[in-house]
Design a protein around this ligand. Structure first.
Ligand SMILES: [Zn+2]
Length: 228
């Protein structure tokens, strides 16, 4: 974990992870990488043998993943990986984002201080400079988290708790990245984030609105191919 010291993000990666944390991370990565396919059952005993840990941290991780929308629990059946989004659910989600995120970017731009701009810049930088991923799978799932964090920093600055909660409740990035696991999404998204940062640095709320609108529209168009 030598790289962890480089991460400025408030303590998130500074401590070595607990057993519960690392079990959560490993299951999370398997789900994101589709090694546990959408809809597949997740037997607790099998997973605990597989990860060589007791069932307690596995149960804790699954409870947390259920809150994150990545697994479901059914009576008598137990846990399974959440199904993929349908095309309609995907389109609805993007329309929802377009209603809320561009305006949130405008509001954030109006409320920016040097400190909050620095927080947003740090979140953007984390996407490029985070911990060295061990393989392609963890690269994608970490990118998904870093992207969610970046978008959430903007919502935090926009300072509308209702909007922020409504978006966070959808766990958008987790579903999108799982859906799009086999496609190339990262580089173009980073360039679009850069446009957004440029608008924030220039203190231009209309440009921030447009940059976020473009980013979400382009993201939709890149990803919708998964349904064709
Ligand atoms: Zn993004």
């Amino acid at each position: 974990m030598a790289e962890a010291a480089n991460i400025s993000e408030k303590g998130a990666l500074v401590r070595p992870p607990s057993i519960a944390e690392s079990v959560h991370q490993r299951i999370y990565e398997r789900i994101m990488a589709l090694e546990i396919p959408p809809g597949a059952r997740i037997p607790i005993d099998g997973l605990s043998r597989d990860l060589n840990v007791s069932q307690t941290p596995v149960r804790e991780a699954l409870t947390r993943l259920e809150r994150e929308g990545l697994v479901r629990k059914a009576h008598l059946i137990g846990y399974s990986a959440s199904p993929q989004l349908t095309h309609k659910e995907f389109d609805d989600l993007y329309k929802f984002r377009l209603m809320l995120e561009p305006e949130s970017a405008r509001q954030a731009c109006l409320k920016l201080t040097p400190e909050t701009l620095a927080d947003i810049e740090a979140a953007a930088a984390d996407m490029e400079k985070g911990e060295q991923p061990v393989d392609r799978n963890s690269r994608y799932s970490r990118f998904a988290r870093a992207d969610a964090h970046f978008h959430d920093e903007i919502l935090k600055v926009a300072d509308n708790a209702t909007v922020r909660q409504a978006l966070n409740d959808q766990h958008i990035h987790l579903h999108i990245f799982r859906l799009m696991f086999h496609t190339r999404v990262t580089q173009e998204a980073l360039e679009e984030h850069e446009q957004l940062l440029a608008a924030f640095r220039a203190g231009d709320p209309d440009a921030a609105y447009k940059a976020m609108h473009d980013h979400i529209s382009f993201s939709h168009d890149r990803l919708v191919a998964a349904f064709e």
